[in-house]
Design a protein around this ligand. Structure first.
Ligand code: SF4
Ligand code: SF4
Length: 485
């Protein structure tokens, strides 16, 4: 029986799958087991640290970047105003937003099928803040895993109280900064700075929101921690249906590693040994922030943080074995290695199909973005109104119009011109405003009058151009109602 058959054989005592019956972070009585992961070190941890500096810099810096007076990103759900890369999206652009969401969802699915939870380990804000900010502070104040355990079990001495108070004070300060930044993405940096600097009474609602958000972040990073990834995050829950045997995930090479076991000093230089390369040191388990043993196979709790890869590479170096016993690989790849043949098939039919749909959606999205006008005119005949006869042989229809300005500048001197309608004329009703404020709109009512003799049917199609200071900014189409011919 080869190693694969042995591992998956129903009578195999190696893969009992017993680990799937319970969470590593919950004990038999259902109480939470607090995680004290050992501080990771190694190439992947360093690379993730550098990437996290870049991403954190972007996250905290972006609300202050302005292009043409507009923030780079804004998701103001209260005022229904969205700015992405300084392009303003109004409720009229809902179709673009909906399509972008569908594209994003599909991208997530495709990406996960191919690269597993790469996003979780390297990009996800929860992992970055937890492992690269809060956990580092914890290591700095409380020490490594062993010292943290000791401190937790120790009585409440002056030193313990001081450490706890300083740690949670720093945690709260960072949570407050995150809450401020989060709010800047929702209401803009100017408004948040006002809330922070003006007397509290002037912005009580905003102040309460800041307190609530900072409280949530503090709770998440000081208490919930890995439970967010294990039990709350919907993306994590979806892994079971997204991952396939060809997905590249953090994988233990059981072919190389088994049978695991302690080795004598001598066997570290005498290769090969009767045992596999895993020396059963359990370092990969001790560094895992979700407390799992990756040697059991791919598990939903694994956030692909690479800590076990670094830990195992360090061990392999010490025992003179090749690195990569735990590495980025697929189940197919590991099985192919076991058989000594075969290839790692990343681009399966399913991946090509996903890619095709994704490319089509991105192309459609790009086309809609490219052809999106910055001014949008809506011109509708006033409901319940037919035509009226006016003097000079003219017929008149009543219309409601809206001109929406999605740009960051006011549009002055708006004018409407009827095109391709000989003898037709437009009459605005009342004191119509001719300035459309930036990211705002003007509404109004107008009559369109047409010579009766020019109408060939009951419904005549009309085109109206919108001009500002001699520049065509938009055009709209509508129908003109006349008598039956
Ligand atoms: S760190 Fe490597 S050698 Fe040690 S138990 Fe884990 S897989 Fe085995
Ligand atoms: S198994 Fe490895 S990659 Fe997965 S969460 Fe644990 S340490 Fe991170």
């Amino acid at each position: 029986m080869n190693i694969i058959d042995e591992l998956y054989h129903p009578d195999s005592d190696r893969d009992t799958e017993e680990y799937r019956d319970h969470l590593a972070t919950v004990d038999k009585k259902g109480k939470r087991v607090w995680m004290y992961p050992k501080k990771p070190s190694g190439w992947f941890y360093k690379a993730r640290t550098w990437l996290s500096f870049v991403l954190l810099g972007l996250l905290f810096g972006m609300p202050f970047i302005r292009v043409n007076g507009e923030p780079l990103m804004l998701f103001d759900v209260l005022e229904r105003k969205f700015i992405i890369f300084s392009i303003v999206f109004t409720p009229q652009d809902l179709h673009l937003f909906a399509l972008a969401m569908v594209t994003l969802m599909l991208f997530v699915v495709l990406f996960t099928v191919v690269f597993g939870r790469l996003f979780c380990g390297w990009i996800c804000p929860q992992t970055i803040f937890m492992e690269m900010v809060f956990r580092k502070i914890e290591y700095w104040i409380d020490g490594d895993a062993g010292q943290q355990r000791k401190l937790a079990a120790a009585p409440w001495t002056g030193q313990k109280i001081f450490k706890r108070l300083s740690k949670y004070a720093i945690f709260y300060a960072i949570s407050l900064i995150i809450a401020n930044t989060f709010l800047m993405y929702v209401i803009g940096s100017d408004k948040v700075l006002k809330i922070a600097t003006d007397p509290i009474g002037l912005h009580l609602g905003g102040f309460m929101a800041l307190l609530a958000f900072s409280g949530v972040f503090f709770f998440v990073f000081s208490y919930m921690r890995e439970q967010v990834c294990i039990a709350i995050c919907p993306y994590g829950r979806l892994q079971g249906v997204l991952l396939v045997p060809d997905s590249i995930v953090v994988h233990y090479d059981y072919v190389r590693g088994e049978p695991r076991g302690k080795i004598s000093k001598q066997s570290t230089v005498e290769l090969p040994t009767a045992k596999g390369d895993c020396v059963d040191c359990k370092l990969c388990v001790h560094v895992c922030p979700t407390g799992i043993d990756i040697r059991n196979g791919t598990q939903l709790e694994c956030v692909n943080c690479t800590a076990c890869m670094d830990a195992c590479d360090g061990v392999m170096e010490k025992v003179n074995r090749p690195k990569g016993l735990i590495r980025y690989d697929s189940e197919t790849g590991i099985k192919a290695d076991a058989k000594g043949a075969g290839s790692r098939k990343i681009f399966t039919t399913r991946v090509w199909a996903y890619t095709g749909v994704l490319v089509a959606l991105i192309a459609l999205q790009a086309f809609l973005f490219a052809t999106r006008s910055e001014v949008e005119t809506v011109l509708l005949r006033t409901p319940g109104q037919l035509f009226q006869k006016v003097e000079g042989g003219y017929l008149s229809n009543l219309y409601n119009y809206e001109v929406i300005n999605k740009t960051g500048q006011d549009i002055p001197s708006i004018e409407f011109k009827l095109v391709g309608a000989p003898g037709g004329r437009i009459k605005l009703v009342g004191d119509a405003s001719t300035i459309v404020p930036k990211q705002g709109m003007v509404k109004g009512v107008m009559f369109i009058e047409m010579p009766e003799k020019e109408l060939e049917s009951r419904k005549t199609k009309l085109k109206i151009e919108v001009w500002s200071n001699g520049k065509l900014v938009d055009e709209a189409k509508t129908n003109f109602l006349g008598p039956v011919k």
